[in-house]
Structures are given as C-alpha cells and as structure tokens.
Design a protein around this ligand. Structure first.
Ligand SMILES: Nc1ncnc2c1ncn2[C@@H]1O[C@H](COP(=O)(O)OP(=O)(O)OP(=O)(O)O)[C@@H](O)[C@H]1O
Ligand SMILES: [Mg+2]
Length: 303
C-alpha cells in the first residue's frame, strides 16, 4: 500500500511521498498554497491530514505512486476581471481516477480544459510528468492528454474512419485488427467497424469517441461529464471501460461529474471545487466528512 496524502496541510509530505521527477517545478511558496481558499471555519485540528491509501495491487502499476499532473497556483479571471479559478493547487497521482465535483459555474470545465491547453494556462502552473505543459508541442500534448466531452462529436465517415483519424495525422494507418482492438477496448463489438456516426445512439457514439481518443494512446484522459447524456447501461459500460483503463494500463483519469454516486463508484479521490477554489480533497467514501459549508450543502443537496 502506498500512502498518498492530499489536502492543504499535507501537501509537503505528499510531495515527499510522491517524488517529483523533474526539477522544473517551482516550489510552492508557503503563502501561495491556499486550497481551502479564504475559508477559515476549520480549526487546526479539523484541518487534519487526509491520508488516501491507493492500493497498488488494485492498480497493478508499479509507478502508481508518482505524480502525473501537478497544478501550481493556477488562476484565471474573466474578461470582466471576475475570478474563475483561484490559485488551484493539486497533485494528480499517476494511475488514479480523480473525480472533480462542485456546483455549476464553479470552474470544473475551465480547470479540466487547462490540463490539455484547450484553455492556455499561464506558464509554470500545469506540469505533466514534471514538464511545464506550456513548453510542450500542443498537438503532442493533446495526444498524451485526451479529452471526452458531454456529447460526442463524430466526424463524417465510418466508425473505423473516426478511430483511424488521430494516428493518420501522424502518418500511421491503423490496421483493421488494431481498429477492432480499440473497439473492444471501448466495449463495442466488431459490427460497429463500418457503421456511420448517424447510425449510433449517443451512448454508442460516446464509446466510439472514447475509442478514437484511445487510438492516440493517451496517458491521461480528461472527461467532462462524459455520461450525463447516457442511460444507466451505457453509463455503466463507460465506467467499466474507465476502471479497466486505469487498472490495466495505469491510465490517469480526471473526470468531472455531477453524479456523486458515479464518483463514489469509480473515483479514487475527489476534488471539490467551489467558486474556482479547491476546497476539499477527499476519498469518495469520506465525502460526508467535507467541512467547507458550500461543499457540504452541495453534497447534501446532491444526495
Ligand atoms: N470564456 C469565458 N469567458 C468568461 N467567463 C467564462 C468563460 N468560460 C467560463 N466562464 C465562467 O467561468 C465560470 C466557470 O465556468 P465553468 O464552465 O468552468 O463551470 P463548471 O463548473 O464547469 O459549470 P457546469 O457544472 O455548469 O458545467 C462560470 O461562471 C462561467 O460563466
Ligand atoms: Mg462544466
């Protein structure tokens, strides 16, 4: 069992537990790290360490104790100077599913989109394997950090055309066999190979979109409410695939969801975002222990 410690008070220790592989990451100043924001309702004892046990046996991945993505003092203000994200600091361990929940408008999508530069974060705020993502080739980054949205948008052509699209941009033509393997990985049978996007249900199209993303062999998957438009069976299919990708490939997954139950089913750790700030980082089965008043209210109303 590797101990992964998360939370305001523990991050320095967490940093020790999860070695930072490169020296390009700026140290966090003691005053700048404020994941609990201006909320001062907790006394010191209550701001106790949150120790998360990430079961290495479950992850079947030797490097699961490393940090995959580090976020340091990530802030964003709107054109009208309204804060959208405020000094977000979090380490996302490799090979875990991190759920991101919070009220509508709290900045979840903005946060997610910064991680593959759909929104360009300031330099030295987001690091992938210790490297500032702003220094990476943006298309290369998006191959490594794939994204799925709420509604899948397939290109014209067949399912196979869609799946071949990403590798083709790099000059690689996937064989039929490779396409079949990706279909299987996304829990679709071989009959989908030559179907067109218009013949698919939203749930099936979402799995094709997942297969298309997986064709790029990403290391990280960003999911923005990927199952909110799906029926319970399609939702379960996608959840099963995500858990498999984590367990068998050590994939790191960051998933925004409005479903607390979904987060509790598949996430290893949950970030609670309120008004652009990470106010709590908890294990999914400890959500009821959230202390921040807004987070608590959100959780109570969501259940
Ligand atoms: N391009 C933009 N310009 C100005 N404000 C924006 C922009 N994008 C988002 N916002 C604002 O930033 C805040 C966070 O938006 P975001 O979409 O990240 O929230 P969210 O938590 O994903 O919400 P939801 O749960 O409804 O999807 C909102 O108040 C939104 O109005
Ligand atoms: Mg959103």
């Amino acid at each position: 069992m590797a101990e992964v410690e998360l939370g305001q008070a523990v991050l320095p220790a967490y940093k020790n537990t999860l070695p930072i592989p490169h020296s390009t990451i700026p140290p966090r100043s003691s005053t700048s790290y404020t994941p609990m924001g201006s909320y001062t309702g907790l006394d010191e004892a209550e701001q106790r360490l949150l120790v998360l046990d990430v079961n290495e046996d479950e992850n079947e991945n030797e490097s699961s104790s490393e940090v995959k993505i580090q976020i340091r003092d990530l802030s964003k203000v709107s054109d009208k100077s309204v804060p959208i994200l405020s000094k977000v600091n979090v380490d996302i361990p490799r090979g875990v599913i991190m759920g991101v929940i919070g009220p509508s408008g709290s900045g979840k999508s903005t946060f997610l989109r910064a991680l593959n530069r759909l929104w360009e974060p300031p330099s030295k705020t987001v690091f992938l394997d210790g490297k500032d993502i702003c220094d990476l080739d943006v298309l290369g980054l998006r191959r490594r950090v794939g994204m799925l949205f709420q509604l899948p948008a397939l290109f014209e052509g067949t399912v196979a055309d869609n799946i071949r699209y990403g590798p083709q941009l790099k000059g690689k033509k996937l064989s039929d066999n490779e396409v079949y393997k990706l279909l299987t990985l996304a829990d679709l049978d071989s009959t989908f190979f030559s179907k067109s996007g218009g013949e698919l249900s939203v749930g099936q199209a979402q799995r094709v979109a997942l297969a298309r993303t997986l064709a790029n062999e990403p290391e990280v998957l960003l999911l923005d409410e990927p199952t909110s438009a799906l029926d319970p069976i399609s939702t379960q299919n996608i959840e099963d695939v995500l858990v498999k990708l984590k367990k068998e490939r050590g994939m790191t997954i960051v998933m925004v969801s409005h479903s607390i139950k979904q987060i509790q089913r598949i996430a290893d750790v949950v970030c609670l975002l309120v008004s652009g700030e990470i106010v709590e980082i908890l294990k999914p089965d400890k959500l009821s222990e959230a202390k921040h008043p807004m987070a608590l209210r959100f959780l109570q109303l969501s259940n």
